[in-house]
Structures are given as C-alpha cells and as structure tokens.
Design a protein around this ligand. Structure first.
Ligand code: IMP
Length: 210
C-alpha cells in the first residue's frame, strides 16, 4: 500500500520536483489536498526552525505524517544573506540584523518578486569579487509524532547577469559547482537530480525506506 505523506506546500514546482524523487511508493499530498488553506507562518530565524513550524502545524491540526521544507540562498560575501530571508522581508531583527538594509528588500513569495529579489542581490554584489554561494534546504519530517531533520546543500556561484529561463527564484543567476550553466539553463530534469532539495529529499527517502 502507498504511504501517505503530506508535504506542507502548495508550490507546484516543488510538489513535482519532490514527487518525482520520492517515486511511486509514496502518495504525496499537498496542503490543498488536505483542505488546509492557511498560510502557515514562517517566523523562525533559521531554515530548520521554519521547516519545523510548518510540519508541527500540520501534525498538530491534522494528525498526519508530514514534512515541510525551507530553502535559502546563502551568499558568502553577504554573511549568509539572503538566507532564511530569501523570499521575505527580514523585518527588524534576525541573525543578519546588521545587514537589514540589504535584507529588507528581499521580500515577496514565488513568482512575482523573484525578479526583484534577483536584481537586488545582483545590485548588492556589484563590485564583489567573492561570488561563492550555496542553496541550502532544511526538511523537517514528523513521522508517528517524532521529528527528524534533513539537510541538502549545493555550492556554486552567483554570476553577474541572468541566464536561462527554466526553474524559479534565483535559478538564472546561480551556477552550481562543476557546471558552466545556471540552474535555469540546466533545465528541471538536471536540476532535480543535483539540487539542494533533491539532496535533502534523497536523505528523507533513504530514511523512509530504511
Ligand atoms: P522556499 O523556502 O523553498 O519557499 O524558498 C524560499 C525562497 O528561496 C524562494 O522564494 C526562492 O526565492 C528561493 N529558492 C528556493 N529554492 C530555490 C531554487 O531551487 N532555485 C532558486 N531559488 C530558490
């Protein structure tokens, strides 16, 4: 019998990406599938904290096995920013408070603000020689009430101008280590094999199969 697992997201990109990695043994349910229409707050100051907040919300309110993820782009020359604030405003605090003037511009969710976020990052990196960055994904799984954390990291660098049209978010300006193309040029098939999310999900899968 297929194992039912809620993935605390409605992001179609991520659902596709992750269900193709998990394979047919798992029936992946979205928030919409379980009729959860709440925008679960992501108020923690770490990726792990946000993943936990979302998974705990589902477990507490629906009593279902579930997992949630949070991803950030961590740029070395910006002390790890935008990091946990890759999609939203940092407000007045957080671990990067000293650089809030930078972070406060990284606002918005999927799609409509990706362009603005990318442009802001490129602007903040003007003249910066060290282009090293990494995508980091944290996943929190709650299975039979127990929490488990998984992490996936892809190192790479931020280029100076956007290239490519597939993927989402910061994909057009991130070239993973060992490649010359951006995530957005590599296309979803390749990206889904090597991405930060894929690495974290692989760990999740190994754990689920063990
Ligand atoms: P989330 O926690 O997965 O929603 O990611 C937060 C933000 O990080 C997104 O809104 C994107 O801007 C960025 N991001 C996450 N994953 C990726 C990715 O695979 N490629 C490019 N940007 C990403």
């Amino acid at each position: 019998m297929k194992k039912k697992l809620v993935f605390a997201t409605n992001n179609a990109h991520k659902l596709d990406e992750i269900s193709s990695i998990l394979g047919e043994k798992v029936e992946l349910l979205s928030l919409k599938d379980i009729h959860c229409h709440v925008d679960i707050p992501e108020t923690a100051d770490t990726l792990e904290g946000n993943a936990m907040l979302k998974a705990e919300y589902i477990y507490k309110n629906y009593g279902l096995d579930c997992f949630a993820d949070d991803t950030g782009l961590e740029v070395e020359a910006l002390n790890g920013a935008p990091g946990v604030y890759s999609a939203r405003s940092a407000g007045g605090g957080g671990p990067y408070a000293a650089a809030d003037f930078v972070m406060s511009i990284y606002a918005g969710g999927e799609g409509h603000n990706a362009e603005a976020n990318m442009q802001k990052l490129l602007q903040n990196m003007q003249g910066v020689q060290n282009r090293k960055a990494q995508f980091r994904t944290a996943i929190c799984l709650i299975l039979d009430g127990k929490k488990h954390l998984f992490e996936g990291i892809v190192k790479g660098e931020i280029i100076k101008e956007k290239r490519g049209s597939s993927g989402f978010g910061y994909d057009p300006i991130f070239v993973p280590e060992g490649y010359t193309k951006t995530f957005a040029e590599l296309g979803n098939e390749t990206k889904n094999k090597i991405s930060h999310r894929a690495l974290a999900v692989e760990k999740l899968c190994r754990f689920l199969k063990a």
